[in-house]
Design a protein around this ligand. Sequence first.
Ligand code: NAI
Ligand code: SF4
Length: 507
Amino acid sequence: MKIYVPMDSAAKALGADEVARAILQHAGARGLDVQMIRNGSYGMIWLEPLVEVDLGQGQGRQAYGPVTPADVPALLEGKLQSLGPVQEIPFLAGQTRLTFARCGVIDPLDLDDYEAHGGLVGVKRAIAMGARDILQEVVDSGLRGRGGAGFPTGIKWKTVADADAAQKYIVCNADEGDSGTFADRMIIEGDPFSLIEGMAIAGIGVGATRGYVYLRSEYPDAIRVLTDAVDIARARGLLGPNVLGSPHAFDIEVRTGAGAYVCGEETALLNSLEGKRGTVRAKPPLPALEGFMGKPTVVNNVISLATIPVIFEKGAGHYADFGLGRSRGTVTLQIAGNIKHGGLYETAFGVTLGQVVNEIGGGTASGRPVKAVQVGGPLGAYMPVEKFDTPIGYEEFDQQGGLIGHAGLVVFDDTADMLHMARFAMEFCAVESCGKCTPCRIGAVRGVETIDRIAQGDTAAIELLTDLCDTMRDGSLCALGGFTPYPVMSALTHFPDDFATQKEAAE
Ligand code: NAI
Ligand code: SF4
């Protein structure tokens, strides 16, 4: 029998390695013929470690979870209660999995398994198409940058392709720093060849021969999996002087960051990649024209690049058919915080925030009413329940004073103190600021002090805080200082009682 136990870090944090060891031990002791496959996670974190058993009798893969080492004897005797076939679990069955179609299904480091599940179809088609058609296909797909800013990927690639330079680069931003986000890590650990294939297509499209993945040091498992996958891809000719026998050269190097949030900002990332201090560069020049080592560079997020293969496999039209307004395709929602069914949920843009929290996520884990959802990481706005009918879409969120960012959602119940959360946002900015510009470097420190004054009952400080947020928003050089006002002002606007209560208590 085949048994699948995830090697994804979230599953490992919940005991997957111990379960895998127990399965091998018990199977060995009982003389059972078990082939163990360490797959990626499907993203249903509350069911991890989620083990699948394939008896090979046409019954498919039966899911069990969460499994503990103590459950293993019953699991091997077929006496453990099954969740049924994994694809029929409602959380998974309700998704539109394009980018994450293989994640959880395949052995992440088996290139044949990858190919058997649609892998490499995209890059072969891209090679046959030629550079101009590759660029047009990406434009037609409507794909926008999944790192957060939502800039059209095809336009970015065209800018690099049209730049006149002997050397160009593809840089993958895998410095996933937003709180509550884990999509980049999950796909790297569960389906690393999709990222490699996406980068190879990007390289062929824009005429770049080298790619770098800037991967955060906090993801040791992802670093190991991706490094191994790059070696396998090179050995099998997906990377190298002739990508899959074509005249195109493309190779990838994995580089590790050192833990600074600001190095997720593309120009700070490029500085860090060049061995310099991770401070933000002024734009222009855009990295698309003067990026890594001063050369035209595509800087794309992991999910943007890992989505490229499916666009070329199924066609731009297929991808663009999903979505809402100018937000085409699927969004990989990462549902976290105080939530019953936390995990990764890939769906077409257009689902409402309320559906995500209440129907998909099942409401709070504590069972208490939801108070707020922070969407888009530590720089995202706190959305109150009154805004739950907002559809997930770039423009739709913008109109409501929010942002989707990297599509991470952190849910809070009614015990959350929003003044405290506003203070945390300013404190986070003060700690992570690169120090290059004054509104962020000094403003964030003053912001913490001003919120402390409000907490102590100083009414005048509210106007000062609003003024400070305007200055940070309009005067900061990058999104860290410029977007910190989102969580602060949304907390103040939507939850004034939390600011007033502290005042009254002090009076
Ligand atoms: P931006 O709007 O300045 O740029 C977006 C991208 O488009 C950049 O790569 C930029 O170089 C490119 N671009 C802009 N105009 C272009 C043109 N004419 N031709 C070619 N390329 C062009 O936004 P920025 O500062 O890069 O990113 C901000 C976003 O990052 C925020 O929305 C935030 O949500 C997100 N973010 C994500 C994090 C994560 O962990 N994934 C962490 C922190 C922030
Ligand atoms: Fe650096 Fe903050 Fe200015 Fe960004 S906003 S450049 S992080 S000081």
